[in-house]
Design a binder for this molecule. Structure first.
Ligand SMILES: Cc1cc2nc3c(=O)[nH]c(=O)nc-3n(C[C@H](O)[C@H](O)[C@H](O)COP(=O)(O)OP(=O)(O)OC[C@H]3O[C@@H](n4cnc5c(N)ncnc54)[C@H](O)[C@@H]3O)c2cc1C
Length: 453
């Protein structure tokens, strides 16, 4: 069984590791870096910058903790070197592990040239190699969406990929797009000392999230002088003598020193040769897949952002694992389909936000009966000790059976804490299972146990 994978992001890497562990001959083609955009452009650099910005907020709280810290502006060179070091270390350890398992890694761009053939332009080689595969995974990810009205110059008008970090810290940054990526960049640059304005096309930031969760973030943004320009759809950006102007559909004009586009992504499918293998895409250009991540050509799979499902590295990796299990035939025993509704996700703002499963507003819209319990961190010993009692835990359960259906957390370390609720949702645990568990004290997780009582 020769399994050829195009794209070495979370989906490709996890599929390669799982398939080779289970006896397949695996070739992984990657043109940039093992670990993918997740490692080079998305998850890792954004969170590395947020970690640096976190020093400022700790310094702000430090006076109440009895040891006042003073901060300087971030040293961009140290930050840049740190981000490169983290990315390279992650990439090289993954590559070493894959090679150790017998995966063949080819550096270069791959494309389909038939339904069983993949051509690879390997770096440093003049002639394309032709691989014949029994199964193929397309996992080439996505790139930031640039609307036709924006001319990205990498100087004043940026995509997220040019902000790691930009040449200078913007004096006044206008972020366009108030989804997960947009609000993370608002948080990141306000913590670096920039003045930030956020262009929000609806009346709520994070339009897909529980309104109470979104409101908690909005409150925090307003308290730190972030300007929220709501109900404003950006239609143009122009450079001015001293910066940029963002024009909105309703006539409002927002001026600043820099603008950052965070309005979603487009699939990296243009040069993949999909037509040569007869692989279908949907209206939005993503490769259409079934519940096994098979395309309309059954031995060609698609995973990660290219498949247009939940665009998360964790989901991409899980798709990769499930695809590999299907390719080697493991799906016939002990295999569970990936349930996208049970994926936990987090937003690394301050306070952090994380959720999983059914949200209160969603249950309300579905007319589903639920029990909701909400406990604030303000009553939690550890939150008081740490000097950051913002936020709450909200637990959603079935009122008849007590089975945990979902939850949201706003507050420090929400991205870590949500794992408890994610496990409960995945394993159909009941609220009693959580409240009977002997958690550590004092710990932030005490609030989850209290919400489960
Ligand atoms: C700013 C930002 C922050 C994010 N933060 C998070 C986060 O904190 N947590 C989270 O879970 N998700 C996060 N995401 C989403 C996450 O990065 C993506 O969902 C994830 O990277 C998708 O993984 P993937 O497997 O599709 O591949 P990608 O990571 O997109 O990688 C695809 C790889 O394919 C390669 N490739 C493309 N075409 C070819 C070709 N023809 N031949 C060979 N190689 C090719 C590319 O070089 C790339 O390395 C973030 C996204 C953004 C934009």
């Amino acid at each position: 069984m020769h399994f050829v994978i195009i794209g070495g992001g979370p989906a490709g890497v996890e599929a390669a590791a799982t398939a080779s562990r289970n006896g397949a001959q695996v070739t992984l083609i990657e043109r940039e870096i093992i670990g993918g955009a997740a490692n080079l452009w998305d998850c890792i650099p954004s969170k590395a910058m947020i970690a640096t910005g976190g020093v400022r907020s700790l310094a702000r709280r430090s006076v109440t903790l009895g040891m006042e810290l003073h901060y300087e502006n971030p040293d961009l060179e140290v930050l840049r070197a740190r981000m490169t070091m983290i990315s390279e270390r992650l990439s090289s350890s993954t590559e070493r592990q894959l090679r150790g398992q017998g995966v063949t890694i080819l550096r270069g761009a791959g494309r389909l040239v038939g339904d069983h053939q993949v051509a690879v332009q390997v770096e440093g080689e003049e002639v394309e190699r032709l691989l014949v595969a029994d199964a193929i995974l397309l996992a080439t990810g996505s790139t930031p969406r640039i609307p036709e009205w924006a001319v990205v110059d990498g100087d004043r008008i940026l995509t997220t990929r040019q902000a790691y970090p930009p040449p200078v810290i913007p004096e006044h940054l206008i972020v366009i797009g108030s989804g997960v990526t947009g609000v993370e960049f608002v948080h990141l640059f306000r913590s670096f000392g920039s003045r930030v304005s956020l262009v929000v096309s609806r009346q709520q930031v994070l339009p897909q999230k529980d309104p109470e969760v979104a409101a908690a973030l909005e409150t925090d943004f307003l308290e730190t002088n972030v300007s929220l320009i709501k109900g404003a759809r950006a239609i143009d950006i122009r450079r001015t003598e001293s910066g940029v102007s963002v024009y909105c559909e309703d006539g409002r004009v927002v001026g600043g020193s820099h603008a950052l586009l965070a309005i979603g992504s487009v699939p990296s499918s243009a040069a993949l040769g999909l037509d040569s293998a007869g692989v279908d895409v949907n209206d939005a250009g993503y490769v259409a897949i079934n519940h096994h991540c098979q395309t309309n050509v059954p031995h060609i799979y698609a995973g990660g952002d290219l498949s247009g499902r939940l665009q998360l590295a964790s989901v991409a990796a899980m798709q990769g694992r499930k695809i590999a299990e299907h390719v080697v035939g493991l799906h016939t025993r002990n295999h569970r389909h990936l349930d996208y509704d049970k994926a936990a996700s987090a937003i690394f703002t301050e306070p952090e936000i994380a959720d999983v499963g059914l949200a209160e507003a969603e249950a309300f819209a579905l007319g589903q009966k639920i029990r909701v319990t909400k406990v604030p961190f303000a009553v939690n010993a550890k939150a008081m000790i740490d000097g950051d009692p913002r936020g709450f835990v909200k637990l959603v359960s079935d009122p008849n059976t007590g089975v945990v259906l979902g939850g949201s957390i706003v507050g420090a370390h929400a991205a870590e804490l949500i794992s408890v609720i994610a496990l409960a949702v995945q394993a159909n645990l009941r609220v009693d299972d959580i409240s009977d568990a002997l958690f550590v004290h004092p710990a932030l997780a005490d609030v989850i146990a209290a919400a489960a009582e």
